[in-house]
Design a binder for this molecule. Structure first.
Ligand code: SAH
Length: 351
């Protein structure tokens, strides 16, 4: 059954499928559902990486607090606003402000930036600031923020604890935060990395089922890209799984997850991610868009900061200016017969 009601067992079976001809059936089903529910328009979200300071020690991430080999930066309010203006000038309908979990980003300071953007520019505003306290999330929502992205990273709670240690004397429950975001009326986005060490096919099938159970508005999935500066690559992970069960962090696996995600969440906004474009710079973006995705997030961060926001190495489009990214993506989208969406590109709701 290649629709929303696909069983978890079938999801896992498709994740294990390697026959390219059979996979065509999956790509077709995902592409048809994508067209039916969210149409041919590709919505562009301008990404502003506002700070790479981080208090967390996420095992997979190059921004982890313990990484001393990175130069930390935090953009100022005028710089951020200028990026938003630039995004609007290209016709992008949304800006996404993302950062490490940085408490140097003061609650009211960011609220003022959100207000300034909402009052002066025709943009939806998405935030991705990590696990901030509920009061912060409410203040930003009240200031006009429309959406929030927080990947739950894995539905295996043991693996989660290993890759995402809590701050001292605190618990960490991203599902609780996601629920709270939904209650505050944010369009809520989540996602996982594909092929993180000790992620099994069963875990990944559960992750996809979790997107369905939460009825996520936005779902970002991309391959895990090993960062030699991250705790995971330095220290390894003590969670043995059978080699036959370990998910590979490949391009093909990523398309399978994108397509299955479209099946279970037909109305969701699903990006063809930069991580995917990083492992296939030539055609990763286009193939993601052809196998279920409908969103691209062009980077509008000033080039001087971009290389410092090194979650993983070798990021696609690292040295291209926002203007160059815009031209390149417009050509890629046109090349597969799709159009660029106007307006905010909010989540659609069908009966
Ligand atoms: N501090 C914010 C933003 C983190 S970066 C937060 O924690 O939500 C956004 C996403 O990049 C993460 O949620 C993670 O899924 C992804 N990411 C981090 N390290 C990665 C890596 N090495 N390879 C691929 N994706 C990675």
């Amino acid at each position: 059954m290649l629709n929303k009601d696909i069983s978890i067992e079938q999801i896992e079976m498709w994740l294990r499928e390697t026959d390219e001809q059979k996979l065509e059936t999956l790509w077709d089903a995902a592409n048809t559902l994508r067209k039916e529910h969210v149409g041919d328009e590709v919505h562009l979200r301008g990404l502003i990486e506002i700070s790479n300071y981080c208090v967390r020690q996420c095992a997979y991430c190059g921004l982890a607090a313990g990484n001393k080999n990175t130069t930390r930066y935090r953009m100022n309010a005028d710089e951020i606003y200028a990026c938003a203006e630039e995004a609007a000038s290209y016709g992008y309908g949304t800006v996404v402000m993302q950062a490490g979990e940085d408490y140097g980003i003061k609650t009211d300071w960011l609220a003022d930036i959100v207000k300034r953007i909402k009052e002066n520019l025709p943009l939806a505003v998405t935030l991705s600031m990590g696990e901030r306290p509920f009061d912060d999330l409410k203040t930003w929502r009240d200031a006009g923020a429309d959406r929030y992205l927080l990947r739950f990273e894995t539905s295996d709670s043991h693996l989660y604890k290993l890759i995402h240690p809590p701050l001292p004397k605190q618990t960490t429950d991203r599902f609780e935060i996601l629920h709270h975001l939904q209650e505050l009326g944010y369009e809520t986005g989540s996602g996982v990395m594909i092929g993180i060490p000790s992620q099994t096919f069963t875990t990944l099938a559960n992750d996809i089922d979790t997107f369905r159970r939460y009825d996520m508005d936005m779902i970002g999935v991309g391959p895990y890209i090993a960062n030699p500066q991250s705790p995971l690559e330095i220290d390894g992970i003590d969670y043995p799984v059978a080699a036959a069960d370990q998910v590979e962090n490949t391009e093909m696996m990523t398309y399978k997850v994108v397509a299955l995600t479209r099946l279970v969440c037909p109305e969701a906004n699903i990006p063809s991610t930069t991580a995917l474009a990083t492992i296939n710079k030539k055609s990763g973006r286009e193939l993601g868009l052809s196998r279920g995705a409908n969103i691209v997030m062009p980077n509008v961060t000033p080039v001087e900061y971009r290389s410092k926001y090194e979650i993983y190495p070798g990021k696609a489009c690292l040295n291209e200016t926002a203007k160059q990214c815009q031209g390149c993506l417009a050509a890629r989208i046109a090349s597969i017969g799709r159009t660029i969406g106007n307006g905010p590109g909010s989540r659609v709701h069908h009966a």
